[in-house]
Design a binder for this molecule. Structure first.
Ligand code: TYD
Length: 215
């Protein structure tokens, strides 16, 4: 098989959209084609970033204010990039990440609606600091009506408490945020309707990989 350029592919969307399942399926699909790859996630994906993840997901929900929380996500991302993502790509491995910077734009930016301390410009400036011009080659955005995502997330014991406390408007802003990101960067992003059976979603993602990355 001809050697392909290693690609960085991110999967985004609300909690409950089925990202983890789809990443696993896509990873197997690419591995069967002989493509070396690394599956990873945010927040986390490197030793240091997993430590920062614990600070973000454990403990009292109101523990960090919005700015501190954002800086923790960005610090974790920098470590993830320098310790995992960039070295893997340099070794020729494809990298599939469960969430990346679009989650910060959506959750810390759009999700908060009008009451936000951080503008999208601030978030983009922080991104440039941690990642420079580096961007994913492809971003799959799994889209789901806000109520459906909320319902699915509540079925997971680890999610229930965190999400019940967020108003539905947050989840709606989040969805619209992801859709706006996709609209503003159509060459990088593809929206996939994830309110459907897993196999149909998987078929669509495979089509996207063929069209966009020729695999
Ligand atoms: P996780 O358990 O990994 O959620 P999921 O399985 O849905 O990906 O928890 C990560 C949570 O952190 C998730 O609710 C999304 C949120 N998040 C942000 O708010 N900002 C970010 O930059 C990232 C990467 C995640």
């Amino acid at each position: 098989m001809t050697q392909l350029n290693p690609r960085f592919i991110t999967f985004e969307g609300p909690d409950g959209a089925g990202k983890t399942t789809q990443i696993r399926k896509i990873a197997l699909y690419l591995q069967e084609k002989g493509i070396p790859l690394r599956m990873t996630r945010e927040p986390g994906g490197s030793v240091g970033a997993e430590e920062i993840r614990s600070l973000l997901v454990l403990g009292d929900k109101g523990r960090w204010d919005a700015v501190t929380e954002t800086l923790l996500f960005m610090a974790a991302r920098r470590d993830h990039l320098t310790k995992t993502i960039w070295p893997s790509l340099r070794r020729g491995e494809w990298v599939l990440s469960d969430r990346f910077f679009d989650s910060t734009l959506a959750y810390q930016g759009f999700g908060r609606g009008e009451n936000k301390e951080l503008s999208l410009n601030d978030l983009n400036a922080l991104y440039r600091l941690v990642a420079g011009d580096f961007k994913p080659d492809l971003t799959i955005i799994l889209d789901l009506p806000a109520e459906e995502g909320l319902k699915r997330a509540k079925l997971r014991a680890d999610k229930a408490e965190r999400f019940e406390s967020m108003p539905l408007s947050f989840h709606e802003n989040l969805r619209q945020g992801f859709l706006k990101i996709a609209e503003s960067e159509p060459l990088r992003c593809v929206v996939v309707n994830s309110a459907r059976p897993e196999d149909e979603i998987f078929e669509d993602i495979k089509k996207v990989l063929k069209e966009r990355l020729n695999v």
